[in-house]
Structures are given as C-alpha cells and as structure tokens.
Design a protein around this ligand. Sequence first.
Ligand code: PLP
Length: 430
Amino acid sequence: MHIEDQNMALDFDRAHIWHPYTSATHPLPTQLVESANGVRLCLADGRELIDGMASWWCAIHGYNHPRLNEAAKAQIDKMSHVMFGGITHQPAIDLCRRLIDITPARLQHVFLADSGSISVEVAMKMAVQYWQAKAKPSKVKMLSLRGGYHGDTFAAMSVCDPDTGMHHLFNNAVIKQLFTERPQCRFNDEFDQASTDDLERMLTKHHHEIAAITLEPIVQGAGGMWFYHPEYLTRVRELCDRFNVLLIADEIATGFGRTGKLFACEWANIEPDILCLGKALTGGYMTLAATLASAEVANGISANGGVFMHGPTFMGNPLACAVANASIDVLFENDWHKNVSRIETKLEKELQNAKALSSVEDVRVLGAIGVIEMKKAIDTVAAQAFFVKRGVWVRPFGKLLYIMPPYSISSEELSMVCLAMIEFAQEQTA
Ligand SMILES: *Cc1c(COP(=O)(O)O)cnc(C)c1O
C-alpha cells in the first residue's frame, strides 16, 4: 500500500473510529493490517508480524485457512443468512449436534447467540427463568468470582470483577451481584482446603436469592490471566448441588483446547448446568457464540408452556455456523492436543528465563497460554512499538505480558515470540 494512502487511512481512523477500550479523541496508536496468513499479520507497509494473540483467543488455526475459506465460500453461494424464527438449516443443525457431542453429556440444548457477551446474558436469563418456573422467584442474583471477566454488556459486566471491571464507571447502573474471593490456590500447587470457605459462607447466607454461580473454569482470562486449582471447581459443583444453585461455566476463552483439555471443565471432570462458548468457535472468522443448557434447565424453563425469551436477529447465522463446523473438523484432524502440548512445553522452557528478572513478579503457563506478570504496569504504547519492531504481535494489558498463539504456530516462530517477551521484560529491569 502506498505510504500516502496508509497515512490517510490511519488519519481517518484516528479521527473517527473507536477502538476497544481507548479514547475517541486521543486513541492509542493502531497498526494497519492488510492481510493475514497462517500465523502472520501482514501490515500495509509490507512488514509481517508473528501473531502471539490469535486475535484474542479466536484464530486457533491461524489466518486465511483454506478449509475455513472454502466453507465460507460454499455457504455464501447457498445463503448467507436467513431468520431463525420458524426456519432452520443444516449448518446450524450440524453445529449444534457437534457441540452436544463434544461438551459434557448433561448439556443437550443449544442456543446460538451472536457474541460472547450475549451468550452470557442468555445464560443468566436462562438461570433466572429456570428458578421462576420452579416457583423460586427470589433466586435472581448471580454469585461470581473476583478477578472474573464475562463481557461488556450490562448484565455480563455485573458479574465481572467489581474492582478492576467497569463497575465504578457505571455505578448504580450495573446490577449489584454477589462476589466471592478469587480462588487463591494455584493450578499446580497442592489444593488448599480453605479455598472454598468464603464461597461456602456466601452460599450459606445467600442461597435463597442466588440463581447461579458464574465463573470461568480454571483460567480467569481478561480479569488477570490467573490459573486456579481444579479441585476448586469440583468443590463448586458440590456446593451448587448442595445449595440448589445452577453452575454457569463461561468457556468463551478456554473452550476448544486452549488449556490442554477440550473444555476446561474437564480438568475437574465436572459438568456445568449451562455452558457459554464463543471466541474460537468459528476459528476466529466471524462472530458466533453458543449457550448450552442441561435437559433439566431446558425442561424447567419449558414446563407449563414456558418459552425462553431471547432471539437475536442474526441467531444461527448460517455462514458463521458453516465456518464453525469446518473449524471443529480442522481442530480434530490436526490433533489439537498434540499441538497444545507442544506449545505448552515450549512456553514452559522459554518463559522460565524471565523468572529471575527483577522486573518480573510471576511466570505461568497452562496449555497454549503463556503469561509473564510484571511488577509494574506496562506502557502499552511503548510495548506495542517494541514488539512490532521485533516482528511479533503481543499486546499486554496492565501488568500482564501474555500470549495465546494459534495452535498452528511452529516451534521456531513461538521461540521468536517468547524471546521478544523476555527481551521486553529485561528492558524493564533497567
Ligand atoms: C471475550 C470473553 C467474553 C465476551 O465475549 P465477546 O464476544 O467479546 O462479547 C466473555 N467471557 C469470557 C471468558 C471472554 O474471554
């Protein structure tokens, strides 16, 4: 792309286009990407960046994948979209059958939503409607974990961490929910029996008003990239059963192999009552999410002629479903588990080198997720410039320097990303 055209495009962007979590008038700088191929982002100025972010957990097979392209093109020639009210179609049927097959057995009913946040809203509405149908109309609150992230719409925001989330900006506009402390016990440590004490105390006191516990199993993502002990999840399931509270597992980030299990709930062998999927569902091609519910929840809501009150315009979009089907095929054909294990081993080996640095607080790896937690907040603008210069795409937030690359990244490419991260952390010690 000609340099003047690039500058004109970037000027317009800066003047008129909102980007995530940044000022409309003084935005953070953006890179102009012209195309993407495999694990590389191709900039308009001709440079290429090895992608460590998989476009926020989504692009698990890399970009411009022939199989996913083919699925999208074939579906476009049939139909891109039809309304889902009174109409159904094969791409949605195939996808829902597949999702029921690969997720925990209890989950038998699928609601196709158009984004992760909406799938969380849908999950919360399901939980409330379920208890209403069970003649327990006081059970309307959510109990969530501190440090969680569940999306940016109002109800989803209400279950995000109350301090680091956006509650303070919206004050009384956000529904007041209940919170328990972040699970302290690390994934690899011996389980601390006291981990669930606060949760148990909260449930004992408030169970009559709680519809569901909403949590991200094992990995808390955007709320701090924290990995907690599977036994915690086992306990949560037991407590939910004991106190008559539903369990909503938000696997929008962790789903489809990212943590080393196909779904993070498998680390504890537990089944949620409601499961949210999104992000990698379409291999990063387009927006689609799903909320799966147990037969018990679906039957409850549907008793006495009850219907679930939600229906997005783009529900079950055939184009997105067709690509999701191809993405799930590729996931299994390419032996995702082998790739995620390979990435995990490599991340463990390479990121260890950051542990001794005085600027580094903690290093943690799980599946295809690598995190260097710094002692101080990272200057995002400086970090972005640093990484682009080294030919990699890593975008830190807060104190966290983290990656979750496409599963197709080669070990050499991954080394380059890790090396750049270590160099960045090194530079911060000076
Ligand atoms: C990204 C994310 C969401 C929100 O999904 P959107 O598609 O951005 O609305 C919800 N929960 C978790 C765990 C996420 O990582």
